[in-house]
Design a protein around this ligand. Structure first.
Ligand SMILES: Nc1ncnc2c1ncn2[C@@H]1O[C@H](COP(=O)(O)OP(=O)(O)OP(=O)(O)O)[C@@H](O)[C@H]1O
Ligand SMILES: [Mg+2]
Length: 434
């Protein structure tokens, strides 16, 4: 419609442009005809004809030029228009699928745009986005990120803040955007969920603190006894032997901790070398139970083994699985009082082989149960007293069993006892643990 209007007006203009010189030319021709003799008339006519033709050509050229410009303009507008639409769609898609919450606010604090993530993070309804100011929304969570604070921080070059809500932590960054006149148009505020990385940072910090603590305890003891020896204890044979025995034990403990840590780091980095071979699991469990039977005996505990099969072969890393079974039985022995009872059983169905270790020991509370697979977690000291170790046995055991495609489940009742079930897949795993 617009096109047609444009070309109609243009054609009218072109019409006048073509006709006007022709009319003028004819007028001049008539005037000359009245005033001059024939020769002059002829040359005048020739001149006039050339002028008219020139005028006609110029008009035609002008017409074509206008049409061309008009087409070019139309193409340019079309191009700009589709580019704008493309950019708009692109931006909308990016914003929609961004996991970071993005809110654009004008200088008056009104929300111009809030993507889906921002709506989720800031629990905003459509109504909120339409009617509430940015400050109304953010003040539900924190006082530190109002528009004024943000603008003040931006002046100082500070572009990051954070807040926590409902167990989640968000890093908040912001930047000013300009309007088409180059003036401040508002602020874009981005909310990034950093809960997981914050948790990892906390775990890392705890881990370093725990390692330092676990190594410091034996070191302090070693240092103390070494000083006693140096201060003359060395001349008293019984005192010297006692000090050296303790030093020896403490060094063993440190060695165990360092070895456990190295093994965990290998497992974490998937650098553990697995020696996967066919091995008799029944013989392996029998051996582990026998070794722990010595400690159980010294605590006057009953340790019984229940197996139906004489032997049963699985493809496993024998030493690592023996390490797991030893860990679990030694826990049962350690956390069961004198005279208690520990039953070790091996059963299986079509798909799984189960190694079950049951004790009637001190048990684990529900709260502790949710944490016993954490590195260095040793439960309630008041409950397990001196018995508790480093808290690396279960986390390592779980890593090993999971690498074999199995799992460990622990059930317990405080004061009554604990049941640990190690499940190993019978059907060969599709892939051996890497
Ligand atoms: N059979 C059990 N009965 C009661 N508590 C248990 C039992 N097994 C584990 N626990 C609890 O779980 C905690 C973690 O066990 P884990 O084997 O990881 O560490 P640990 O025995 O303390 O030290 P480590 O095994 O590294 O020498 C223990 O400190 C203990 O509180
Ligand atoms: Mg243990």
């Amino acid at each position: 419609m617009l096109d047609r209007e444009i070309s109609h007006t243009t054609r009218q203009k072109v019409f006048y442009i073509v006709l006007t010189p022709t009319a003028v030319g004819a007028g001049v021709f008539l005037l000359l005809g009245a005033l001059t003799p024939l020769g002059a008339l002829a040359s005048a006519f020739a001149g006039l004809a050339a002028g008219a033709v020139f005028a006609l050509f110029s008009a035609a050229g002008l017409h074509a030029g206008i049409e061309e410009t008009e087409n070019e303009l139309r193409d340019l507008i079309d191009e700009n228009f589709s580019e704008t639409i493309y950019e708009k769609n692109k931006l909308e898609t990016i914003l929609r699928y961004m996991t970071d919450g993005t809110v654009a606010v004008d200088t008056g604090g009104n929300i111009i745009h809030a993507n889906e993530s921002a709506r989720r993070i800031l629990r905003m309804t459509d109504e909120d986005v339409r009617r509430k100011s940015y400050d109304d929304i953010i003040l539900r969570f924190t006082d530190d990120l109002t528009l004024d604070t943000i603008l003040y921080d931006l002046e100082g070059g500070d572009t990051l803040g954070s807040f926590s809500y409902g167990g989640a932590t968000y890093d908040v960054s912001f930047g000013v955007f300009k309007d088409s006149y180059g003036k401040d148009g508002g602020v874009v505020i981005i909310f990034r969920d950093v809960t997981e990385s914050q948790k990892l940072k906390d775990i890392q910090a705890d881990f370093v603190a725990n390692v330092s603590h676990e190594l410091k305890t034996p070191l302090t003891s070693i240092k103390g006894y070494a000083e006693t020896l140096l201060a003359g204890g060395i001349d008293d044979p019984s005192m010297a032997k006692n000090a050296l025995d303790i030093i020896n034990d403490e060094v063993d403990r440190m060695k165990r901790i360092v070895n456990d840590l190295l093994q965990l780091s290998r497992l974490d980095a998937k650098r553990q070398v697995w020696n996967m071979k066919e091995a008799d699991v029944i013989a392996l469990v029998r051996m582990a139970a026998k070794k722990q039977g010595v400690t159980a005996g010294s605590k006057r505990q009953q340790l019984h083994l229940f197996v139906k099969d004489r032997s049963f072969t699985l493809t496993i890393d024998r030493d690592r699985i023996e390490q797991v079974v030893t860990n679990i039985i030694s826990n049962a022995v350690k956390y069961t009082r004198e005279g208690g009872r520990i039953d070790v059983e091996v059963v299986r169905d079509e798909y799984w082989l189960y190694i079950i270790v049951l004790d009637n020991g001190i048990g684990i509370s529900e709260l502790e149960l949710s944490r016993i697979f954490e590195r260095f977690y040793t439960g309630n000291k008041a409950r397990s007293g001196d018995m508790s170790g480093t808290g690396l046995g279960l986390p390592i055991s779980r890593e090993i069993v999971e690498a074999h495609g199995g799992n460990i489940v622990i059930e317990s009742e405080l004061g009554y006892g604990t049941r640990v079930v190690i499940s190993l897949p019978i059907k060969p795993a599709e892939q051996n643990p890497a």
